[in-house]
Design a protein around this ligand. Structure first.
Ligand code: ADP
Ligand code: ADP
Ligand code: MG
Length: 455
């Protein structure tokens, strides 16, 4: 087992990983930007090093600085968390060259699966159903023709995209050219790769993903699904497990497909296979995320399995001791992402000093965060300031518990989305579990209409 791990991230996920290390008796090394000197992850780690300016390019994406700290501090492994360098094949290969264990799959695996086009082809060949679509297309004219053949609406997707960026929905042929150029330009600037392809836009659909753990000996277990259809701007807002929409039969088929996907590439460590489920209960592979997911606590709450600790054990060469037969989903878990942003103003990010904080508690209530009383939320990073997760015996009870927890949560000093979550949890479509990825759009329309009526 490792005796010291460097955490190459910030915010709640850095705190989450440090906690796992401490429970395992492993020393921790934090890295931070000049804007994060008062951050929680810095104060709870055993050692911490400033690695650069506030912008992520100067600090959390500064590979040379991070690797230098790893070498100097004597860390044997690096946990990347999610986002930032977690899916950066170049960083992983540098770790490999420096003889530092990257807690995640190999650089080769990451480039293979991070390339959405290659991943689609690999999965298709392995017999996993994928969303109908094209290969990479360079030329707008050809792309437009292919889109017409597939039939509008279509999605233009960036080969190297992630986090909802580099995606454009095109409803009509006349909008295609602009969308194609802007998707490609956004991807080129965000990911350094402007290559795009086209997928059929499936609707109505649910986003359902399967959590996997794979050790270095070819053992693969699937920890069930998370339903993530409540999204704004293609980013998840509420996640739950199990999905209220799938039968044991669909679950078994999806789990088998996810395992097939992992075995097809010889996957290692924690990973998530994202699927779309259509009205006729057909499901399609969308992508595989080769890292820990933001919403991993939902799975931890229903399975009782600590995903971060397993990531570390697997990276250290341990064998999975949990077998598939031992994986059981207990009751229902829900997660609400608490973002410092204004739902009434196009989700505009908000920053400022937290001048009052009260965190809910009670049985099976978990709040993963890095904020504290008098902490100042800096403007440079993601707007997610916490994740509230609850677990209960049934979905109905979990919703009730979440509402209670949300109503106890007090964060003053920044604008956030607690009220929006409470409204969603009372919405009929959410309550009956039939919601799809169009949920937020429809919900906002309904709410705007209701607001107008009240005026
Ligand atoms: P997930 O796919 O894990 O559910 P999202 O789709 O919301 O999470 O986010 C995907 C990507 O968005 C991450 O891999 C990362 O690129 C970015 N991201 C989200 N939250 C953060 C954060 N707190 N810090 C940095 N990047 C983030
Ligand atoms: P990212 O890498 O940014 O997470 P994904 O390919 O996972 O990109 O897609 C993000 C979201 O967009 C999905 O969660 C889903 O809601 C929606 N989406 C993606 N592909 C399709 C599709 N073919 N049809 C309908 N919705 C889609
Ligand atoms: Mg995705």
């Amino acid at each position: 087992m490792f005796s010291k791990i460097l955490i190459a991230n910030r915010g709640e996920i850095a705190v989450r990983i440090i906690r796992a290390c401490r429970e395992m008796g492993i020393s921790t090394v934090a890295v931070y930007s000049q804007a994060d000197k008062d951050a929680l992850h810095v104060s709870i780690a055993d050692e911490s090093y400033c690695i650069g300016g506030p912008q992520v390019a100067d600090s959390y994406l500064n590979m040379a600085a991070i690797l230098t700290v790893a070498v100097v501090s004597g860390a044997q492994a690096i946990h990347p968390g999610y986002g930032l360098l977690s899916e950066n094949a170049k960083f992983v290969s540098l770790c490999e060259k420096c003889n530092i264990e990257f807690i995640g799959p190999s650089s080769e695996m990451i480039s293979k699966l991070g390339d959405k086009d290659e991943a689609r082809r690999t999965m298709k060949n392995a017999g996993v159903p994928v969303t109908p679509g094209t290969d990479i297309i360079d030329d707008v004219g050809t792309a437009k023709q292919k889109a017409a053949e597939i039939g509008f609406p279509v999605l233009i997707k960036a080969r190297s995209g992630g986090g909802g960026r580099g995606i454009r929905l095109v409803r009509r042929e006349e909008e295609f050219e602009n969308a194609f150029n802007s998707a490609s330009a956004e991807a080129a600037s965000a990911f350094g790769d402007g290559a795009v392809y086209i997928e059929k836009y499936l609707k109505p659909v649910k986003h359902i993903e399967m959590q996997l753990l794979c050790d270095k000996f070819g053992n693969v277990i699937c920890l069930g699904e998370r339903e993530c259809s409540v999204q704004r701007k293609n980013q998840k807002l509420i996640e739950e497990s199990p999905s209220p929409a799938i039968t044991p039969e669909i679950r078994a088929n999806m789990m088998a497909a996810a395992k097939k996907a992992a075995l097809a590439v010889g996957y290692e460590n924690a990973g998530t296979v994202e699927f779309l489920l259509d009205e006729n209960k057909n499901f399609y592979f969308m992508e595989m995320n080769t890292r820990l997911q933001v919403e991993h606590p939902v799975t931890e709450m229903v399975t009782g399995i600590d995903l971060v600790q397993w990531q570390i054990r697997i990276a250290a060469g341990a064998r999975l001791t949990v077998t598939q037969e031992k994986v059981y989903l207990h009751g229902n878990a829900i997660e609400c992402r608490i973002n410092s942003e204004d739902p009434d103003n196009n989700f505009r990010p908000s920053c400022g000093t937290i001048n009052l904080l009260h965190i809910p508690g009670g049985p099976n209530v978990r709040f993963d965060t890095a904020i504290y009383q008098d902490y100042t939320v800096p403007p440079y990073y993601d707007s997610m300031i916490g994740k509230l997760i609850v677990q209960a015996r049934s979905r109905e009870l979990a919703i009730r518990k979440m509402k209670m927890a949300l109503s106890e949560l007090i964060i003053l000093g920044v604008i956030h989305n607690r009220g929006l979550h409470l409204d969603i949890l009372s919405d009929e479509d959410f309550v009956n579990g039939t919601y799809t990825t169009s949920f937020m759009e429809e919900f906002e329309k309904r709410h705007r209409a209701a607001k107008k009526e009240n005026e």
